[in-house]
Design a protein around this ligand. Structure first.
Ligand code: FPP
Length: 236
């Protein structure tokens, strides 16, 4: 039977640290392998004609980690934005970022802006990288912007609804159809709360650095076998 593709897939790429520790390596080695896996999986996703991919690269809580690990991750992002996603860009995918720019270094912000600028007219897909991101922050941030528009007379309270609210989020993205979280943790961890309202959740014990195309196919197959009713009742 032909597979139906989710339109928007979101991934919590968890388990990099444990993958490295299991091998007696520094945690940062796990992130390095994780970045390679993301490169491969992002290309695979767009080849499968999935339109939107969102990934959790760095949460607002991740600043609590050792400085060495945070610095390593920031350098890894810089390097990845420069080299890793050329294939995705060539496929005509638009790269967007979700999260607050505060706390990020000028260098990282500039690299993010460069990538967004270079791909802003692409329309074969969207790659949403969540960096310094928290789902509750995103909703609070949107509420503040809405309040400003109401106070300035640019928006009427009657015009606030699910569709208009979405336009005030970091990016106006379609709903998430499939959320994948690796490494055997069964949590949402403040990731894309608004967009995830009706997402199918797929949890796997595989650690992110071990995730591959086969694992992705398995997640899509499970998604295909789910009965999505969106609160309704399935007609016989
Ligand atoms: C969670 O694993 C992973 C992260 C906090 C970082 C995710 C980053 C990457 C996969 C690097 C590539 C990203 C981009 C956008 C280039 P963990 O460290 O919490 O693992 P643990 O739970 O085993 O400690």
């Amino acid at each position: 039977m032909e597979q139906k593709m989710p339109n928007h897939v979101a991934i919590i790429m968890d388990g990099n640290g444990r993958w490295a520790q299991k091998r007696g390596l520094k945690r940062t080695k796990g992130h390095q392998k994780g970045a390679e896996v993301l490169k491969k999986i992002s290309e695979y996703v767009y080849d499968k004609k999935i339109k939107v991919l969102s990934v959790f690269a760095f949460s607002t809580e991740n600043w609590k980690r050792d400085k060495e690990e945070v610095d390593y991750l920031m350098d890894l992002f810089l390097k990845a934005f420069k080299d890793n996603f050329d294939a995705v860009k060539k496929k005509g995918v638009k790269v967007v970022f979700s999260g607050l720019k505060d706390k990020l270094s000028d260098k990282v912000v500039k690299a993010m802006e460069k990538m967004s600028e270079e791909t802003k007219n692409n329309n074969n897909g969207v790659f949403n990288i969540c960096l310094n991101y928290g789902g509750q922050d995103e909703i609070v941030n949107a509420s503040k912007k809405i309040s400003e528009d109401v106070l300035n007379g640019n928006l009427s309270i009657d015009d606030i609804n699910k569709d208009s609210f979405g336009k005030y989020l970091f990016n106006d993205l379609p709903p998430i159809d499939l959320l994948i979280r690796t490494s055997g943790e069964y949590r949402i961890s403040n990731f894309m709360l608004w967009q995830m309202a009706y997402a199918e959740l797929y949890f796997t014990d595989v650690l992110w650095p071990d995730f591959d195309e086969k694992q992705m196919d398995k997640a899509i197959e499970v998604f295909n076998n789910r009965d999505r009713r969106f609160g309704g009742v399935k007609k016989k």
